[in-house]
Unconditional design. Sequence first.
Length: 247
Amino acid sequence: MLDTVREKRLLWPTVLALIGLVILISLGNWQMQRLDWKQGLTGAIAERVDAPPVPLSVVEWRSAEGGDVEYTRVTAEGQFLHDREMHLYALDHAQGPGWHIVTPLRHSDGTITLVNRGYVPHALKDPQSRQQGQIPGDARVVGLVRVPAPQGMFVPANDPQRNIWYWRDVKAMAGVAAPDNPSAVRAYIIDAQAEPANPGGWPKGGTTLLELPNRHLEYALTWYGLAGALIAVFLAFAVNRWRQPTA
């Protein structure tokens, strides 16, 4: 049988087709695994964002124990350091390009948590244009814990000197929030919720994207479809060559 396959010049096409088939099916299986992971993450997000807020100390304990604190609804108290606010470039679907206002919140023990207080349009980037929202004295924040992702391939570099940020580089932000003691700044950010609204309406909280893109099933079906197409093309090719007289 093998000699006949060789005579029909089908050995290497068969090997290459099998390799391609294994790759395509493996990619489809990987996307199905990603689908299971994404569905689990979506379920966890839905459960956490509607849960009663827990104290910041609970998040600290979970984090120290290696637990997953992403999207945990938390409450934190302290004083905003408005003179050290940072401007993170953002795109709002309704308002267009603007900025997320990331402000250090200093707690009574001297530690600091970075708080994304919400979105402002470009015209309100200057804090003087939204003085009502610069809450003085003690403040209470309720929001979702976000563990910053690394810089994306196509994301521009941050420009701390001009206070222009394109991604959440907490280590660099810590140097701005607490230049004398960056280690006092926690390694995550709290996205403040929309309600209660800030005085004057700005910044506008509730910026966390809760609907994660999930096209893994579509991608999996594409890879499986390509595997099926490869089988059909190879069979047509093999039958045609098999019927040809041996040279």
